[in-house]
Design a protein around this ligand. Structure first.
Ligand SMILES: Nc1ncnc2c1ncn2[C@@H]1O[C@H](COP(=O)(O)OP(=O)(O)OP(=O)(O)O)[C@@H](O)[C@H]1O
Ligand SMILES: [Mg+2]
Length: 501
């Protein structure tokens, strides 16, 4: 490999390039379009990052004056989340400490001023999320007509329906004769097909052979069929697993992520939430505290599923079954990075068994039938080297620092208590006709069937008994509203919807 590149890698403390870097960098430097696929945590950022930085013409170099639009960026990296844009930008800045490129991060949820000022002063590389990028283009503060290199990080997500319209608008702003590079750990063939519209004779680069697993082999996976009410207890035990350092816990909704973080803090663990109901500074604070180790449990929605690289994450828990195989791969890819080992535990609710089977099959995993697991199950303790005496509380309750604006701190005792069915209120209404009472209290006189609390039905898909041995049918079932795919109400959202600006 070219000695410049070896030197650039050494500057970021890297002695030996990873396979994707070895394969992609020379081709990228030669100006080829490419689709680069390599497992999570195997160095894709620097594979495109080093290439961009090498190809940018710096302000003090010959040729800069010939660029045409002084100060307009030459390279653009588009990411699906603000946190990822920020991280990629940091990696690029670190990698450019000798060959000093001006790298700017652009995303929504924060003030415009610093971004406008930096753009006015001139930048070489812009890293951002689609919403704010388009916004700045619309304000004529960002000119993309000089982009020579364009990268879609997490490309399959960027070309999926949630982002595609914005990404196409961005692409239309850039010159057609640019170099385009797509990178992701997952690249469904439909997306590859679609992407060809935007690429020019792309090289397909795969760091692993097609037969290899999409997941990282050094990450040990466990899949448990678990009961929703028992999950906090199971998590509390896994938090006491042998060798546990940092843990990321993924939930499907913002509300669940917040609740689980608060529950774990209430049990004495140092947990922080990250999801789209928190404002940007709260999100950044949670991630920063997790990176720095002030908290060692980060409870997240899929907003943190892709690309986020935090050293020392030994465990990932899928508190709720991921939507699809790609989400599974990216979520568990937050552990087992850069050659480290990891542990990934997935909880599958009874209602999610079919969904899980689809994921299991798509990835060729061996967890067709997840093992039923409770906080008291012997295998839970042996699987993770947990002390048999481990309790579900480890210290006095802690406070979660961040919660959505306007929400009140939860009363811990209230949170997990199943709700009693409320008897229907008897309403007595007084009706009059021409000023005379015609019926007293009869308007909604309840029938006996209406007044007695409805007896809970046990669902055929429910387990026969709950973890504490009581019959499942004897407790009222909590209603959960779920929307999938469409996103929207009830705290349900996809990563794209949470942070698209
Ligand atoms: N050649 C290398 N040797 C050792 N560590 C490396 C090397 N290249 C990158 N790293 C480190 O590996 C980690 C993972 O890299 P990176 O975030 O680029 O992975 P990725 O392939 O983009 O993963 P994901 O698919 O999750 O986005 C980072 O901490 C990075 O600094
Ligand atoms: Mg990445």
């Amino acid at each position: 490999m070219h000695e410049d590149i070896v030197a650039a890698l050494e500057r970021v403390g890297i002695r030996h390039p990873f396979p994707i870097q070895e394969m992609a960098i020379p081709l990228a430097l030669a100006g080829h379009d490419m689709i680069g696929q390599a497992r999570t945590g195997t160095g894709k950022t620097l594979a495109f990052g080093i290439s961009l930085l090498q190809r940018v013409v710096l302000a003090d170099e010959p040729g800069y004056a010939d660029l045409g639009i002084p100060g307009a960026p030459q390279a653009l990296v588009v990411c699906p989340t603000r946190e990822l844009a920020s991280q990629v930008s940091k990696d690029l800045s670190t990698a450019s400490t000798v060959r000093r490129a001006r790298v700017l991060t652009v995303y929504g949820g924060v003030g415009y001023e610093p971004q406008l000022e930096a753009l006015a002063a001139g930048v070489d590389v812009v890293v951002g999320t689609p919403g704010r990028l388009l916004d700045l283009v619309g304000r004529r503060a960002l000119n993309l007509k000089q982009i020579r290199m364009l990268v879609l990080d997490e490309a399959d997500e960027m070309l999926d329906l949630g982002f595609l319209p914005d990404v196409e608008k961005l692409l239309a702003q850039t010159p057609p004769r640019r170099q385009t590079m797509l990178f992701s750990a997952t690249m469904p063939s439909a997306i590859v097909g679609l992407s060809r519209r935007h690429l020019n004779q792309p090289m397909n680069i795969r760091a692993e052979s097609a037969e290899d697993t999409t997941t990282v082999p050094a990450t040990t996976q466990f899949v448990y069929q678990a009961h929703d009410m028992d999950k906090p207890e199971v998590v509390a035990r896994i938090l006491q697993a042998e060798g546990r350092e940092k843990m990321m816990i993924f939930c499907r909704t913002k509300r669940t992520a917040q609740r689980v973080a608060e529950d774990l803090a209430g049990r004495g663990f140092a947990a922080a939430p990250i999801h789209g109901d928190l404002n940007q500074s709260q999100r950044e604070k949670s991630l920063r505290r997790f990176r720095e180790g002030q908290v060692d449990v980060l409870v997240a929605t899929d907003v943190a599923a892709r690309g986020i690289d935090v050293t020392g994450v030994t465990h990932v828990i899928n508190y709720e079954c991921p939507d699809d195989d790609k989400t599974y791969v990216h979520r568990i890819g937050r552990t087992g990075r850069a050659g480290a080992t990891g542990v990934a535990v997935t909880f599958v609710d009874w209602a999610d068994v079919t969904r899980w089977k689809v994921i299991n099959k798509a990835l060729g995993l061996s967890f067709e039938t997840p093992v039923e697991t409770y906080s008291t199950s012997a295998h839970l303790f042996t699987d993770h080297g947990i002390d048999p005496g481990a309790k579900s509380r480890v210290a006095p309750p802690k406070e979660v620092e961040d919660r959505p604006e306007g929400s009140r701190p939860p009363a811990p005792a209230e949170r997990e208590r199943p709700r009693e069915p409320r008897p229907r209120r008897q309403r007595s209404r007084r009706r009059t006709h021409n000023g005379e009472v015609v019926r007293e209290g009869a308007a909604s006189a309840p029938t006996s069937a209406q007044t007695s609390p409805s007896s809970p039905q046990s669902s055929p898909s429910s387990p026969q008994s709950s973890p504490n041995g009581t019959a499942e049918g004897s407790a009222p079932r909590r209603r959960r509203r779920r929307r999938r795919g469409g996103g929207g109400g009830d705290g349900q959202t996809t990563a794209g919807q949470e942070q698209s600006s």
